[in-house]
Design a binder for this molecule. Sequence first.
Ligand code: FAD
Length: 390
Amino acid sequence: MAEENDFQKSLIKTVRDFVKKEVLPVASVLELADEYPEYLVEQMKQLGFFGATIDEEYGGSAMGTESYALLVEELAKGWMSLTGVLNTHLLVANMIQTSGTEEQKQRFLPYMATGDRRAALCITEPEAGTDVAAIQTTAILDGDDYVLNGRKMYITNGRYSSIYAIVCKTDIDIDPMHKGISVLIGEKSQGLNVVRDIPKLGYRGVETTEITFDDYRVPRTNLLGGFEGHGFAHVMSGLELGRINVASRAVGVARAALEAAIQYSQKRETFGKPIAEHQAIQQKIAEMATRVKAAHLLVLDAAKKKDQGVRADLEAGMAKLFASETCLFVATEAMRIHGGAGYIQDLPVERYFRDAPLMIIGEGTNEIQRQVITKNIMKNYPSGDFIYES
Ligand SMILES: Cc1cc2nc3c(=O)[nH]c(=O)nc-3n(C[C@H](O)[C@H](O)[C@H](O)COP(=O)(O)OP(=O)(O)OC[C@H]3O[C@@H](n4cnc5c(N)ncnc54)[C@H](O)[C@@H]3O)c2cc1C
Protein backbone atom coordinates (compact mmCIF):
# COMPACT_ATOMS: atom_id res chain seq x y z
CA MET A 1 0.00 0.00 0.00
CA ALA A 2 3.07 2.25 -0.13
CA GLU A 3 1.88 3.91 -3.33
CA GLU A 4 -0.97 5.89 -1.76
CA ASN A 5 -0.45 9.63 -1.76
CA ASP A 6 -1.02 11.91 1.23
CA PHE A 7 -4.54 12.80 0.14
CA GLN A 8 -5.48 9.13 -0.15
CA LYS A 9 -3.99 8.31 3.26
CA SER A 10 -6.00 11.08 4.85
CA LEU A 11 -9.14 10.02 2.93
CA ILE A 12 -8.79 6.43 4.12
CA LYS A 13 -8.36 7.63 7.69
CA THR A 14 -11.47 9.82 7.44
CA VAL A 15 -13.58 6.95 6.10
CA ARG A 16 -12.19 4.50 8.66
CA ASP A 17 -12.95 6.88 11.53
CA PHE A 18 -16.49 7.38 10.23
CA VAL A 19 -17.00 3.63 9.83
CA LYS A 20 -15.62 2.82 13.27
CA LYS A 21 -17.45 5.54 15.17
CA GLU A 22 -20.76 5.80 13.30
CA VAL A 23 -21.32 2.86 10.95
CA LEU A 24 -20.22 -0.31 12.75
CA PRO A 25 -22.30 0.27 15.89
CA VAL A 26 -25.53 0.43 13.84
CA ALA A 27 -24.91 -1.39 10.54
CA SER A 28 -26.25 -4.82 11.45
CA VAL A 29 -29.27 -3.43 13.31
CA LEU A 30 -30.28 -1.15 10.44
CA GLU A 31 -29.57 -3.79 7.82
CA LEU A 32 -31.62 -6.48 9.52
CA ALA A 33 -34.48 -4.02 10.06
CA ASP A 34 -34.13 -2.86 6.43
CA GLU A 35 -34.16 0.72 7.70
CA TYR A 36 -32.91 3.60 5.57
CA PRO A 37 -29.75 5.02 7.20
CA GLU A 38 -30.87 8.64 7.09
CA TYR A 39 -28.51 9.81 9.84
CA LEU A 40 -25.49 8.14 8.21
CA VAL A 41 -26.40 9.59 4.79
CA GLU A 42 -26.58 13.02 6.42
CA GLN A 43 -23.05 12.55 7.73
CA MET A 44 -21.83 11.30 4.36
CA LYS A 45 -23.12 14.59 2.96
CA GLN A 46 -21.13 16.55 5.56
CA LEU A 47 -18.03 14.52 4.70
CA GLY A 48 -18.39 15.47 1.02
CA PHE A 49 -18.75 11.88 -0.25
CA PHE A 50 -21.56 12.80 -2.69
CA GLY A 51 -19.28 15.16 -4.60
CA ALA A 52 -16.32 12.76 -4.68
CA THR A 53 -15.90 12.52 -8.45
CA ILE A 54 -17.67 15.76 -9.44
CA ASP A 55 -15.44 18.53 -10.81
CA GLU A 56 -14.46 21.35 -8.46
CA GLU A 57 -16.05 23.98 -10.70
CA TYR A 58 -19.43 22.34 -9.96
CA GLY A 59 -18.80 22.06 -6.22
CA GLY A 60 -17.31 18.57 -6.03
CA SER A 61 -13.91 17.46 -4.77
CA ALA A 62 -12.74 15.85 -8.04
CA MET A 63 -10.77 13.27 -6.13
CA GLY A 64 -10.36 10.97 -9.12
CA THR A 65 -11.46 7.39 -9.63
CA GLU A 66 -8.59 5.80 -7.74
CA SER A 67 -9.28 7.75 -4.56
CA TYR A 68 -13.01 7.12 -5.00
CA ALA A 69 -12.30 3.37 -5.23
CA LEU A 70 -10.39 3.53 -1.93
CA LEU A 71 -13.26 5.46 -0.33
CA VAL A 72 -15.83 2.88 -1.50
CA GLU A 73 -13.68 -0.03 -0.36
CA GLU A 74 -13.36 1.33 3.19
CA LEU A 75 -17.03 2.24 3.40
CA ALA A 76 -18.16 -1.18 2.13
CA LYS A 77 -15.92 -2.83 4.69
CA GLY A 78 -18.18 -1.22 7.29
CA TRP A 79 -21.53 -1.63 5.53
CA MET A 80 -21.90 -2.31 1.83
CA SER A 81 -25.37 -0.73 1.53
CA LEU A 82 -23.93 2.75 2.12
CA THR A 83 -21.86 2.45 -1.05
CA GLY A 84 -25.09 1.80 -2.97
CA VAL A 85 -26.38 5.23 -1.95
CA LEU A 86 -23.27 6.70 -3.58
CA ASN A 87 -23.03 4.51 -6.66
CA THR A 88 -25.93 5.48 -8.93
CA HIS A 89 -25.67 9.06 -7.67
CA LEU A 90 -22.08 9.46 -8.82
CA LEU A 91 -22.66 7.35 -11.92
CA VAL A 92 -25.42 9.76 -13.01
CA ALA A 93 -23.25 12.76 -12.06
CA ASN A 94 -20.48 11.27 -14.18
CA MET A 95 -22.82 10.85 -17.14
CA ILE A 96 -23.93 14.48 -16.84
CA GLN A 97 -20.35 15.67 -16.42
CA THR A 98 -19.09 13.68 -19.39
CA SER A 99 -22.04 13.90 -21.79
CA GLY A 100 -24.33 16.69 -20.58
CA THR A 101 -24.65 20.18 -22.03
CA GLU A 102 -23.03 23.01 -20.07
CA GLU A 103 -26.48 24.20 -19.02
CA GLN A 104 -27.31 20.71 -17.67
CA LYS A 105 -24.03 20.58 -15.73
CA GLN A 106 -24.68 24.00 -14.16
CA ARG A 107 -28.26 23.08 -13.33
CA PHE A 108 -27.73 19.63 -11.74
CA LEU A 109 -24.16 19.10 -10.55
CA PRO A 110 -23.83 21.73 -7.78
CA TYR A 111 -26.87 20.31 -5.93
CA MET A 112 -25.70 16.76 -6.53
CA ALA A 113 -22.21 17.54 -5.18
CA THR A 114 -23.62 18.41 -1.76
CA GLY A 115 -25.81 15.29 -1.70
CA ASP A 116 -28.87 17.45 -1.07
CA ARG A 117 -30.25 16.09 -4.31
CA ARG A 118 -29.31 12.51 -5.01
CA ALA A 119 -29.73 10.47 -8.18
CA ALA A 120 -31.04 7.09 -9.31
CA LEU A 121 -30.23 5.33 -12.58
CA CYS A 122 -33.21 3.73 -14.34
CA ILE A 123 -32.14 1.16 -16.92
CA THR A 124 -33.60 -2.22 -15.97
CA GLU A 125 -37.19 -3.18 -16.80
CA PRO A 126 -39.29 -6.29 -16.12
CA GLU A 127 -38.44 -7.59 -19.62
CA ALA A 128 -34.96 -6.10 -20.11
CA GLY A 129 -31.89 -6.22 -17.86
CA THR A 130 -28.77 -7.51 -19.55
CA ASP A 131 -30.29 -6.77 -22.95
CA VAL A 132 -30.47 -2.98 -22.53
CA ALA A 133 -31.49 -2.41 -26.14
CA ALA A 134 -34.73 -4.32 -25.48
CA ILE A 135 -36.14 -1.70 -23.07
CA GLN A 136 -39.72 -0.66 -23.74
CA THR A 137 -40.06 2.66 -21.90
CA THR A 138 -40.95 5.28 -24.49
CA ALA A 139 -40.43 9.05 -24.56
CA ILE A 140 -42.54 10.83 -27.16
CA LEU A 141 -41.99 14.50 -27.89
CA ASP A 142 -45.04 16.68 -27.24
CA GLY A 143 -44.30 20.41 -27.61
CA ASP A 144 -41.37 21.24 -25.33
CA ASP A 145 -41.73 18.06 -23.26
CA TYR A 146 -41.09 14.37 -23.65
CA VAL A 147 -43.97 12.24 -22.38
CA LEU A 148 -42.73 9.01 -20.80
CA ASN A 149 -44.56 5.72 -20.31
CA GLY A 150 -43.05 2.51 -18.99
CA ARG A 151 -41.90 0.54 -15.97
CA LYS A 152 -38.46 0.20 -14.36
CA MET A 153 -37.33 -2.60 -12.01
CA TYR A 154 -34.74 -2.91 -9.23
CA ILE A 155 -34.02 0.81 -9.11
CA THR A 156 -31.60 1.55 -6.28
CA ASN A 157 -32.16 4.88 -4.52
CA GLY A 158 -35.55 5.16 -6.24
CA ARG A 159 -37.43 6.49 -3.21
CA TYR A 160 -34.93 8.87 -1.61
CA SER A 161 -33.56 10.37 -4.83
CA SER A 162 -34.96 13.42 -6.55
CA ILE A 163 -33.08 13.09 -9.86
CA TYR A 164 -33.58 10.16 -12.24
CA ALA A 165 -31.46 9.31 -15.26
CA ILE A 166 -34.08 7.47 -17.31
CA VAL A 167 -32.93 5.25 -20.14
CA CYS A 168 -35.76 5.22 -22.68
CA LYS A 169 -36.64 4.89 -26.37
CA THR A 170 -37.10 8.12 -28.27
CA ASP A 171 -37.32 6.11 -31.51
CA ILE A 172 -39.00 2.72 -31.43
CA ASP A 173 -38.68 1.88 -35.14
CA ILE A 174 -34.96 2.39 -35.73
CA ASP A 175 -32.73 -0.58 -36.54
CA PRO A 176 -30.48 -1.43 -34.72
CA MET A 177 -32.62 -0.89 -31.63
CA HIS A 178 -29.89 0.63 -29.46
CA LYS A 179 -29.75 3.68 -31.76
CA GLY A 180 -33.24 4.64 -30.55
CA ILE A 181 -32.13 4.93 -26.92
CA SER A 182 -31.76 8.27 -25.13
CA VAL A 183 -31.22 9.34 -21.53
CA LEU A 184 -33.57 11.88 -19.96
CA ILE A 185 -32.78 13.54 -16.64
CA GLY A 186 -36.10 13.58 -14.81
CA GLU A 187 -37.04 15.17 -11.52
CA LYS A 188 -39.60 13.90 -9.05
CA SER A 189 -43.01 15.12 -10.18
CA GLN A 190 -46.45 13.92 -11.22
CA GLY A 191 -46.42 10.79 -13.35
CA LEU A 192 -43.24 9.30 -11.82
CA ASN A 193 -44.51 6.76 -9.31
CA VAL A 194 -42.38 4.70 -6.93
CA VAL A 195 -44.82 1.81 -6.70
CA ARG A 196 -42.98 -0.48 -4.29
CA ASP A 197 -39.79 -1.20 -2.37
CA ILE A 198 -38.59 -4.68 -3.33
CA PRO A 199 -37.54 -6.99 -0.45
CA LYS A 200 -34.03 -8.47 -0.85
CA LEU A 201 -31.68 -11.21 0.41
CA GLY A 202 -29.07 -8.67 1.54
CA TYR A 203 -28.03 -5.11 0.67
CA ARG A 204 -30.83 -3.93 2.92
CA GLY A 205 -31.35 -0.45 4.28
CA VAL A 206 -30.85 1.12 0.86
CA GLU A 207 -34.06 0.89 -1.14
CA THR A 208 -34.47 -1.06 -4.37
CA THR A 209 -37.67 -0.02 -6.07
CA GLU A 210 -40.10 -0.48 -8.91
CA ILE A 211 -41.01 2.74 -10.69
CA THR A 212 -43.66 3.48 -13.30
CA PHE A 213 -43.88 6.42 -15.67
CA ASP A 214 -47.49 7.27 -16.45
CA ASP A 215 -47.64 10.16 -18.95
CA TYR A 216 -44.68 11.58 -17.01
CA ARG A 217 -43.44 14.82 -18.60
CA VAL A 218 -39.75 15.72 -18.80
CA PRO A 219 -38.67 19.00 -20.45
CA ARG A 220 -36.89 18.62 -23.77
CA THR A 221 -33.97 20.57 -22.27
CA ASN A 222 -33.32 17.56 -19.99
CA LEU A 223 -32.31 15.27 -22.87
CA LEU A 224 -28.77 14.31 -21.85
CA GLY A 225 -26.31 15.96 -24.22
CA GLY A 226 -29.13 17.51 -26.26
CA PHE A 227 -29.22 14.78 -28.93
CA GLU A 228 -31.48 11.77 -29.26
CA GLY A 229 -30.09 8.30 -29.87
CA HIS A 230 -26.87 8.62 -27.84
CA GLY A 231 -28.25 6.97 -24.69
CA PHE A 232 -26.72 3.54 -25.19
CA ALA A 233 -23.22 5.01 -25.41
CA HIS A 234 -23.87 7.26 -22.37
CA VAL A 235 -24.91 4.22 -20.33
CA MET A 236 -22.01 2.02 -21.40
CA SER A 237 -19.47 4.72 -20.59
CA GLY A 238 -21.20 5.48 -17.24
CA LEU A 239 -21.13 1.81 -16.29
CA GLU A 240 -17.32 1.93 -16.17
CA LEU A 241 -17.48 3.96 -12.98
CA GLY A 242 -20.34 1.77 -11.74
CA ARG A 243 -18.27 -1.36 -12.28
CA ILE A 244 -15.32 0.12 -10.43
CA ASN A 245 -17.68 1.00 -7.57
CA VAL A 246 -19.07 -2.55 -7.45
CA ALA A 247 -15.58 -4.05 -7.63
CA SER A 248 -14.40 -1.79 -4.78
CA ARG A 249 -17.42 -2.73 -2.70
CA ALA A 250 -16.64 -6.39 -3.29
CA VAL A 251 -13.06 -5.90 -2.08
CA GLY A 252 -14.34 -4.05 1.00
CA VAL A 253 -16.79 -6.81 1.95
CA ALA A 254 -14.19 -9.50 1.20
CA ARG A 255 -11.65 -7.72 3.44
CA ALA A 256 -14.17 -7.51 6.25
CA ALA A 257 -14.98 -11.22 5.94
CA LEU A 258 -11.31 -12.17 5.74
CA GLU A 259 -10.34 -10.11 8.79
CA ALA A 260 -13.22 -11.60 10.77
CA ALA A 261 -12.07 -15.10 9.78
CA ILE A 262 -8.42 -14.42 10.67
CA GLN A 263 -9.34 -13.04 14.09
CA TYR A 264 -11.86 -15.77 14.86
CA SER A 265 -9.49 -18.55 13.81
CA GLN A 266 -6.93 -17.39 16.37
CA LYS A 267 -9.47 -17.35 19.21
CA ARG A 268 -11.58 -20.42 18.54
CA GLU A 269 -10.05 -23.64 19.81
CA THR A 270 -10.81 -27.21 18.81
CA PHE A 271 -8.87 -30.34 19.73
CA GLY A 272 -6.73 -28.35 22.14
CA LYS A 273 -5.47 -25.62 19.80
CA PRO A 274 -6.69 -22.56 17.88
CA ILE A 275 -8.33 -23.58 14.59
CA ALA A 276 -5.76 -21.31 12.88
CA GLU A 277 -3.25 -24.06 13.62
CA HIS A 278 -5.19 -26.67 11.65
CA GLN A 279 -3.77 -27.02 8.18
CA ALA A 280 -7.21 -27.05 6.53
CA ILE A 281 -7.95 -23.57 7.95
CA GLN A 282 -4.47 -22.30 7.03
CA GLN A 283 -5.04 -23.38 3.42
CA LYS A 284 -8.31 -21.45 3.34
CA ILE A 285 -6.81 -18.25 4.79
CA ALA A 286 -3.93 -18.31 2.32
CA GLU A 287 -6.29 -18.67 -0.64
CA MET A 288 -8.65 -15.98 0.65
CA ALA A 289 -5.89 -13.46 1.40
CA THR A 290 -4.18 -13.95 -1.95
CA ARG A 291 -7.41 -13.46 -3.89
CA VAL A 292 -8.33 -10.35 -1.84
CA LYS A 293 -4.96 -8.74 -2.50
CA ALA A 294 -5.19 -9.52 -6.23
CA ALA A 295 -8.73 -8.10 -6.38
CA HIS A 296 -7.63 -4.89 -4.62
CA LEU A 297 -4.80 -4.43 -7.12
CA LEU A 298 -7.05 -5.09 -10.13
CA VAL A 299 -9.49 -2.43 -8.92
CA LEU A 300 -6.71 0.14 -8.53
CA ASP A 301 -5.42 -0.75 -11.99
CA ALA A 302 -8.87 -0.12 -13.53
CA ALA A 303 -9.31 3.13 -11.58
CA LYS A 304 -5.88 4.40 -12.67
CA LYS A 305 -6.73 3.70 -16.31
CA LYS A 306 -10.00 5.60 -15.99
CA ASP A 307 -8.12 8.51 -14.38
CA GLN A 308 -6.01 8.72 -17.55
CA GLY A 309 -9.17 9.88 -19.34
CA VAL A 310 -9.37 6.88 -21.66
CA ARG A 311 -11.97 4.10 -21.84
CA ALA A 312 -11.33 1.42 -19.23
CA ASP A 313 -14.00 -1.17 -20.14
CA LEU A 314 -11.53 -4.03 -20.16
CA GLU A 315 -9.90 -3.19 -16.83
CA ALA A 316 -13.20 -2.31 -15.13
CA GLY A 317 -14.74 -5.54 -16.43
CA MET A 318 -11.83 -7.65 -15.15
CA ALA A 319 -11.85 -5.91 -11.77
CA LYS A 320 -15.61 -6.32 -11.38
CA LEU A 321 -15.52 -9.99 -12.42
CA PHE A 322 -12.59 -11.01 -10.25
CA ALA A 323 -13.43 -8.91 -7.18
CA SER A 324 -17.07 -10.04 -7.05
CA GLU A 325 -16.22 -13.72 -7.45
CA THR A 326 -13.53 -13.26 -4.80
CA CYS A 327 -16.03 -11.63 -2.47
CA LEU A 328 -18.51 -14.49 -2.86
CA PHE A 329 -15.75 -17.06 -2.28
CA VAL A 330 -14.24 -15.26 0.72
CA ALA A 331 -17.62 -14.57 2.36
CA THR A 332 -18.52 -18.25 2.05
CA GLU A 333 -15.16 -19.42 3.41
CA ALA A 334 -15.38 -16.92 6.29
CA MET A 335 -18.74 -18.41 7.22
CA ARG A 336 -17.31 -21.94 7.12
CA ILE A 337 -14.40 -20.89 9.33
CA HIS A 338 -16.87 -19.48 11.86
CA GLY A 339 -18.84 -22.73 11.94
CA GLY A 340 -22.28 -22.20 13.51
CA ALA A 341 -21.31 -18.69 14.63
CA GLY A 342 -21.06 -17.69 10.97
CA TYR A 343 -24.68 -18.53 10.29
CA ILE A 344 -26.39 -16.61 13.08
CA GLN A 345 -27.08 -12.91 13.33
CA ASP A 346 -24.90 -12.17 16.36
CA LEU A 347 -21.92 -11.54 14.05
CA PRO A 348 -21.79 -9.63 10.72
CA VAL A 349 -20.35 -12.66 8.87
CA GLU A 350 -23.83 -13.80 7.81
CA ARG A 351 -24.41 -10.28 6.40
CA TYR A 352 -21.25 -10.46 4.29
CA PHE A 353 -22.52 -13.78 2.95
CA ARG A 354 -25.91 -12.25 2.05
CA ASP A 355 -24.37 -9.08 0.57
CA ALA A 356 -21.78 -10.82 -1.61
CA PRO A 357 -24.05 -12.23 -4.39
CA LEU A 358 -25.28 -8.78 -5.41
CA MET A 359 -21.83 -7.93 -6.73
CA ILE A 360 -21.86 -10.81 -9.22
CA ILE A 361 -25.18 -9.48 -10.63
CA GLY A 362 -25.18 -5.68 -10.39
CA GLU A 363 -23.65 -3.39 -13.03
CA GLY A 364 -23.73 -6.21 -15.56
CA THR A 365 -23.75 -9.88 -14.55
CA ASN A 366 -20.46 -11.76 -14.53
CA GLU A 367 -21.60 -13.79 -17.54
CA ILE A 368 -21.78 -10.52 -19.50
CA GLN A 369 -18.56 -9.26 -17.93
CA ARG A 370 -16.75 -12.26 -19.41
CA GLN A 371 -18.17 -11.41 -22.84
CA VAL A 372 -17.17 -7.75 -22.50
CA ILE A 373 -13.62 -8.79 -21.58
CA THR A 374 -13.17 -11.23 -24.46
CA LYS A 375 -14.77 -8.95 -27.08
CA ASN A 376 -12.52 -6.10 -25.93
CA ILE A 377 -9.37 -8.23 -26.17
CA MET A 378 -10.29 -9.56 -29.63
CA LYS A 379 -11.03 -6.07 -30.92
CA ASN A 380 -8.24 -4.02 -29.35
CA TYR A 381 -5.47 -6.57 -28.76
CA PRO A 382 -5.71 -9.13 -31.56
CA SER A 383 -2.10 -10.18 -30.83
CA GLY A 384 -3.33 -11.23 -27.37
CA ASP A 385 -0.82 -9.00 -25.57
CA PHE A 386 -3.18 -6.81 -23.60
CA ILE A 387 -0.66 -6.49 -20.74
CA TYR A 388 1.98 -4.44 -22.57
CA GLU A 389 -0.05 -3.03 -25.45
CA SER A 390 -2.74 -1.43 -23.24
C1 FAD B 1 -30.31 -5.20 -5.58
C2 FAD B 1 -30.30 -4.78 -7.00
C3 FAD B 1 -30.12 -3.44 -7.32
C4 FAD B 1 -30.17 -3.01 -8.65
N1 FAD B 1 -30.07 -1.68 -8.94
C5 FAD B 1 -30.31 -1.25 -10.21
C6 FAD B 1 -30.38 0.13 -10.52
O1 FAD B 1 -30.19 1.00 -9.66
N2 FAD B 1 -30.69 0.49 -11.79
C7 FAD B 1 -30.90 -0.42 -12.78
O2 FAD B 1 -31.18 -0.03 -13.90
N3 FAD B 1 -30.81 -1.75 -12.52
C8 FAD B 1 -30.53 -2.19 -11.27
N4 FAD B 1 -30.45 -3.53 -10.99
C9 FAD B 1 -30.66 -4.48 -12.07
C10 FAD B 1 -29.42 -5.26 -12.48
O3 FAD B 1 -28.52 -4.41 -13.14
C11 FAD B 1 -29.92 -6.42 -13.35
O4 FAD B 1 -30.58 -7.32 -12.48
C12 FAD B 1 -28.79 -7.11 -14.10
O5 FAD B 1 -28.27 -6.27 -15.08
C13 FAD B 1 -29.28 -8.41 -14.75
O6 FAD B 1 -30.45 -8.21 -15.48
P1 FAD B 1 -31.70 -9.19 -15.24
O7 FAD B 1 -31.95 -9.27 -13.78
O8 FAD B 1 -32.81 -8.76 -16.10
O9 FAD B 1 -31.19 -10.61 -15.71
P2 FAD B 1 -31.29 -11.21 -17.19
O10 FAD B 1 -30.79 -10.23 -18.18
O11 FAD B 1 -32.66 -11.74 -17.39
O12 FAD B 1 -30.26 -12.42 -17.10
C14 FAD B 1 -30.63 -13.69 -16.51
C15 FAD B 1 -29.42 -14.61 -16.61
O13 FAD B 1 -29.07 -14.81 -17.99
C16 FAD B 1 -27.70 -14.46 -18.19
N5 FAD B 1 -27.57 -13.87 -19.53
C17 FAD B 1 -28.34 -12.90 -20.09
N6 FAD B 1 -27.91 -12.63 -21.33
C18 FAD B 1 -26.84 -13.43 -21.56
C19 FAD B 1 -25.93 -13.61 -22.66
N7 FAD B 1 -26.03 -12.88 -23.76
N8 FAD B 1 -24.97 -14.51 -22.52
C20 FAD B 1 -24.83 -15.24 -21.39
N9 FAD B 1 -25.64 -15.13 -20.33
C21 FAD B 1 -26.62 -14.22 -20.40
C22 FAD B 1 -27.39 -13.45 -17.10
O14 FAD B 1 -26.00 -13.35 -16.86
C23 FAD B 1 -28.15 -14.05 -15.94
O15 FAD B 1 -27.40 -15.09 -15.40
C24 FAD B 1 -30.35 -3.97 -9.68
C25 FAD B 1 -30.49 -5.33 -9.36
C26 FAD B 1 -30.46 -5.73 -8.04
C27 FAD B 1 -30.64 -7.19 -7.72
